[in-house]
Design a protein. Structure first.
Length: 299
């Protein structure tokens, strides 16, 4: 089975389009989360979105829908957005530290998901495709919903880039500049929640945070500009998602695990190669046409 056969398979066509969207969207939001030092926020939202998946399953089963998880993604979207807004409100008011609030999302999300799915007549094993991703469950409806959510996130994430960067860099400065800090903070939280649900089908809820953060970490190794970090992270995310997903066509493994392992491998290579290249280049004189007036003599 070659690449041509893979591209002619409707299942892989849908999965690759979803992977392309995920590869673009996840690093965009990841760039803001890294800037805000909230790298684990995607993880917390992913856990609470699992409860949303189970709630969607429960409602679908009660309505007699086929398949029973027809409302899984809408349920995940609503629950993830509510959870993200809740964590932002808690963080802003300062009643609970950020790490404690994230821990509540972690544990409550997983426990709630498992409990509700069992109440719906399913088993915890039914959640595996959502936890680690599965190309076999990407339907045309899922792809359309993923595309719509991706366009919303990209429109806000790129359209409000200047304001979002300001509030991510320094909230006090942004507030003094007259920016609507509370609105922008909630916007970042909501977009993060939408990003998690966009990536849910491809990489899974437990691994989506890695796809939001690792491409950004790779980009930061080779560039210092915020804009170029985002651009390079997007390109890296797209390549890693498409290549990682394609490999699962020939190797029967979880697409989410393959994509994340590939991303970490790329980070390791870049982390090793970048200092070596910098050392090879040696000292660079920014003004070679100017004669130096400093003479170093050996002792």
């Amino acid at each position: 089975m070659g690449i041509v056969e893979m591209l002619q398979t409707p299942l892989m066509q849908r999965a690759l389009l979803a992977a392309l969207l995920v590869g673009i969207v996840a690093p965009v939001m990841g760039t803001y989360l890294v800037q805000r030092k909230l790298s684990l926020l995607g993880d917390g939202i992913g856990h609470v979105a699992l409860t949303g998946v189970a709630l969607g399953w429960l409602v679908g089963a009660a309505m007699g829908l086929v398949p029973q998880d027809a409302l899984a993604i809408p349920g995940a979207v609503v629950t993830a957005v509510l959870g993200a807004v809740g964590i932002e409100v808690v963080r802003e008011r300062g009643r609970t530290s950020g790490d404690v609030a994230l821990a509540l999302l972690f544990y409550g999300g997983i426990a709630g998901g498992v409990l509700i799915i069992e109440l719906a007549g399913g088993q915890s094993s039914n959640l595996m495709a959502y936890l680690f991703g599965s190309i076999s469950v990407v339907t045309t409806t899922d792809l359309v919903l993923t595309a719509v959510l991706a366009l919303v996130v990209l429109g806000l994430g790129i359209g409000l880039r200047t304001a979002l960067f300001a509030v991510s860099q320094d909230e006090e400065f942004a507030r003094a500049s007259g920016l609507p800090v509370r609105f922008l903070n909630i916007a970042i939280a909501v977009m993060s929640a939408l990003t998690v649900t966009v990536a849910m089908r491809v990489v899974g809820l437990l691994l989506v945070s890695a796809l939001m953060i690792v491409p950004v970490a790779i980009a930061q190794l080779v560039t210092k500009s915020f804009v170029w970090t985002m651009r390079l992270a997007i390109m890296t995310g797209v390549v890693i998602c498409v290549v990682g997903l394609s490999l699962t066509y020939w190797v029967a493994v979880s697409p989410g695990a393959m994509i994340v392992v590939l991303a970490i491998a790329v980070y390791a290579v870049v982390a090793v190669v970048t200092p070596l290249l910098a050392r090879t280049r040696g000292h660079h004189d920014p003004h070679p046409d100017v004669t130096s007036d400093v003479i170093l003599e050996a002792p």
